[in-house]
Design a protein around this ligand. Sequence first.
Ligand code: AMP
Ligand code: TRP
Length: 327
Amino acid sequence: MKKRVFSGIQPTGDIHIGNYLAAIRHWAAMQDKYENIFCIVDLHAITVPQEPKVLKAKIREVSGLLIAAGIDPARSILFVQSHVSAHAELAWLLNCVIPMGWMQRMTQFKDKSQKQREQVTVGLFDYPSLMAADILLYDTDVVPVGEDQKQHVELARDTAQRFNSIYGETFVLPEPMIPDVGARIMGLDDPMKKMSKSESGSGHAINLLDPPEVIRGKIMRATTDSLREIRFDENRPGINNLLTIYQLFSGDNKAEIESRFEGKGYADFKKTLAEVVTEGLRPLQERYRELTAEPGRIDAILKDGADRARPAAEKTLKKVMDKIGLG
Ligand code: AMP
Ligand code: TRP
């Protein structure tokens, strides 16, 4: 029996190389080893304000990008969270099991609510409960995510454990899977901040659909330091981040990369990096264009995905309701 993988991505902003290098690329590479479910989490997206038309378009765009990045709808289930109502239903049931104190410890809520201030919704606070529902509905063993989501996956695991201890064995306990390298890609304009979809600066992130000249411009302007040596060094966040991106796109090891750029200047390195990134994204961009040229193709894949996900989700939901004494 293969283990079950579940992961999700929000259909907001522009998908960037941080999402790709830490998450999507690994999801695609793991498809044969596991049984996979990938979810476009639109209900999570609306925890902060979204423009309805844009949200609708983004759901298709992100789905198309996942397929273009190698998620194969024949081998993996790809679907939209709101198409399977059990996610919202289980989240409510989990709300009644998760202690308030656990949620108050979530660092992502603290960060995001500081940015939103008085506009913060109850949904944003409750985000981890919905994420726990996503994971627990499918008897998930492994949750591949970037470093920033580790705490949420741990909360899902704790919730499963707590539910099992109150109501008896019900949920499989999930584990996060975080890549060794690239779990946290930093912003190009500010290497102290993680690369983020919600950051507005035009030099902040490299998006998966950026054309070559845009990629090059962003990399050439990326913040580094006044030193000269091109070395992996965590105390030099700018150059370290660029080298990590180079490493992940080229597949070369650190020593090879450092010796290649020995004695070279930052400008030379950045030019080469821009080429490596552009070439790395080219096949994905081509597949995306082919896919979106066929009207209805993505919608059909998403409908099929939801139809395949729903029976498992409903089965778990029913089991949970029975245990609680509902229905
Ligand atoms: P999100 O952008 O929040 O929908 O995240 C989708 C996936 O990308 C999750 O697995 C995140 O952990 C991962 N991710 C988001 N931003 C970064 C980043 N800057 N570096 C590495 N992984 C990231
Ligand atoms: N919160 C995740 C993020 O922003 C997205 C997500 C929602 C997710 N549900 C999930 C990831 C379940 C893994 C498993 O990146």
